[in-house]
Design a protein around this ligand. Structure first.
Ligand code: HOZ
Length: 426
């Protein structure tokens, strides 16, 4: 075991501050990183990796974007946190409300988990109902009500429903099958009037990458309207990654509440939830539903987020970004075909995923679980060896940044070919 990992484990459980980082799913030891620039990560031995984790999504502009760094540097001259309102919070709030019309008012938090947890409480407070619906394999952070049959690290560790979540709370969370419209209709027909809200990742990124079916998401919208349930789009991952208006813009659906995080903090710790004014005004201090945070709306984080989003508005940004994702996925599929490896990819905007499966397309959770995980793990390690950093679990989406060049993508496809060649022999 490396000295740094051994040292970390003495003082941090598992040596990591978030479980997926521990490489437990893929085996081996995590790589300790030292710095990052553009599409590259550099480990403590100065080895370079083309990075498709991008801090789990936020670094859409690539690492250490100069404008973002400059904005942060400027901001920190004036103090790090005030615990009082600052104007930049309003500026970022207004920017997001303008770009995402369903968000009439927004509240900033320090993480996506806080945002989804607060959105659920708000939906319950607003409707006076307890039950919520979520979907198997979707992950909405690690709050108690949502850590039930969840994706991401929970899936990786084989404990989709975590010990520590009280049964009396879990019984209010109903878990349905992602992309199964019939099941959703049936359940809402039976108990829709008891449902406070439905929370969904419109593009799932925590059971690898599975875009929601348009019919599934549109039906969900109609059912929530019919039963006065709150529709919560968890766009912590997909927000500003599928376009300026997020997945909701792409699908043409207006949720009641949206949760955001990752990109809106430009690499700093930020989350947010926002939506219809009448619902948002149920939050304290206007309304009775309590929610708060010492570092919420932190001005340094706001500066990083504001600068990031402003750069996303540049003409052609998303066309260029999405073309890179398509090129990568098509290149990987062609390479796998060349080596006779059963393999497919999914992508939506700048989110993508790869699957070692005989299935032509992956649209359901069970397909992710049934894919060849040992093969993914071998592929992961081979790619790492060749200097390509993929998420260390087959249940995570990949991300693309605007700084990934054609050469980086060609390099990645070449590394994949070398890896497929080895897999073919095993
Ligand atoms: N929850 C993140 C994956 N979906 C992992 C966060 C991290 O390890 O940084």
């Amino acid at each position: 075991m490396s000295k740094v990992f051994e040292h970390a484990q003495r003082v941090i459980p598992g040596g990591v501050n978030s479980p997926v980082r521990a490489f437990k799913a893929v085996g081996g030891e995590p790589v300790f990183m030292k710095s990052a620039k553009g599409p590259y990560l550099y480990d403590i031995d100065d080895k370079r990796y083309v990075d498709y984790v991008l801090s789990w999504g936020p670094m859409i502009l690539g690492h250490a974007n100069q404008d973002v760094i400059d904005a942060v540097k400027e901001k920190i001259q004036h103090g790090l946190s005030f615990g009082a309102p600052t104007e930049i919070e309003t500026t970022l709030a207004e920017k997001i409300c303008t770009l995402i019309p369903s968000i009439e008012k927004i509240r900033f938090t320090s993480s996506g988990t806080e945002a989804t947890m607060s959105a659920i409480r708000l939906a319950r407070g607003f409707t006076g109902r307890d039950k919520i619906i979520k979907f198997e394999g979707c992950y909405h952070g690690h709050s108690d009500s949502l850590l039930i049959k969840a994706g991401s690290g929970a899936l990786t560790f084989g404990v989709p429903s975590s010990p520590g979540v009280p049964a009396c709370l879990a019984e209010h969370t109903i878990t349905l099958t992602y992309n199964n419209t019939e099941e959703l209709i049936q359940v809402m027909d039976e108990i829709g009037d008891q449902i406070a809200g439905i929370i969904v990742e419109p593009v799932a990124g925590n059971m690898n990458c599975i875009p929601g079916d348009a019919d599934f998401l549109h039906t969900m919208r109609s059912l929530c309207t019919k039963h006065n349930s709150v529709l919560i789009f968890d766009e912590v991952m997909s927000g500003f990654r599928i376009g300026l208006e997020g997945a909701q813009g792409e699908y043409g659906i207006t949720p009641d509440i949206t949760t955001l995080g990752k990109v809106i903090g430009g690499g700093m710790p930020v989350g947010a939830f926002g939506g219809r004014s009448d619902i948002m005004d149920f939050i304290a201090p206007v309304g009775p539903v309590y929610q708060a945070g010492t570092l919420s709306g932190n001005p340094v984080a706001m500066a990083a987020g504001l600068t990031t989003i402003t750069k996303l508005e540049e003409p052609g940004f998303y066309d260029t970004l999405f073309a890179k994702t398509t090129a990568l996925c098509e290149g990987l599929e062609a390479a796998a075909k060349e080596y006779g490896i059963p393999f497919t990819t999914n992508h939506k905007g700048s989110m993508w995923g790869l699957f070692f499966t005989q299935d032509e397309k992956v649209t359901r959770y069970h397909q992710v679980i049934e894919a060849d995980i040992p093969r993914f793990n071998a592929f992961f390690h081979s790619m790492l060896e060749h200097g390509v950093y993929l998420a260390p679990a087959s249940y995570e989406a990949g991300f693309m940044s605007i700084t990934h060049t054609d050469d980086d993508i060609a390099y990645t496809i070449d590394a994949a070919k070398k890896s497929f060649a080895v897999l073919n022999k095993s």
